[in-house]
Design a binder for this molecule. Structure first.
Ligand code: ATP
Ligand code: MG
Length: 156
């Protein structure tokens, strides 16, 4: 099963949305296998968003991500990267579809509550920026057989 990294950004923490955002992922059936609250240094924010280096909004993005506590999650599930991004909604809060995290709770294009890895390579890279192997809990959830049909060789 796929793993992805999600960051509940400083605006979401300040706006008391941690619980609502985590609930979206849990209720969908994704497993939380890593979780921590921390303040990201500007250096780490730069690394996480390195593909945006040179963009006019890069410095503001880095400052925003380092401006207060965040909650960082590792999520696991079938197609977890795309599923997480779809639950987040499109980048701009005022364009994101209702029902998504950004669509329901954000209006801004920068203060958009949540980050999610956008590919297998970036998920791997970003997870290793924030978690070492010992702080990822690779446990088996007992309800998985009700989240997926596991009766055959493949999950359905
Ligand atoms: P994220 O990477 O945070 O999950 P995303 O993949 O939807 O968001 P990206 O294009 O990767 O969007 O942009 C990264 C972040 O940079 C955005 O979430 C937003 O906070 C900020 N950002 C992107 N484009 C702009 C812009 N034009 N003006 C201001 N901020 C921007
Ligand atoms: Mg992105």
């Amino acid at each position: 099963m796929q793993k992805t990294l999600a960051i509940i950004k400083p605006d979401a923490v300040q706006r008391r949305l941690i619980g609502k955002i985590i609930s979206k992922f849990e209720e969908k059936g994704l497993e939380i296998i890593g979780l921590k609250m921390t303040v990201i240094s500007e250096g780490l924010a730069r690394k996480n968003y390195s593909i945006h280096e040179g963009k006019d909004y890069f410095e503001k993005l880095v400052k925003f991500m380092a401006s207060g506590p965040v909650v960082i999650l590792v999520l696991r599930g079938e197609n977890a990267i795309e599923v997480t991004r779809r639950l987040m909604g499109s980048t701009s809060g005022h364009e994101a579809a209702p029902g998504t995290i950004r669509g329901d709770y954000a209006l801004s294009g920068r203060f958009n509550l949540i980050h999610g890895s956008d590919s297998v390579e970036s998920a791997k890279r970003e997870i290793s920026l924030f978690f070492d192997d010992t702080s990822i809990m690779e446990y088996e959830k007992s309800d998985l057989k009700w989240i997926y049909d596991m009766s055959g060789e493949n999950l359905v």
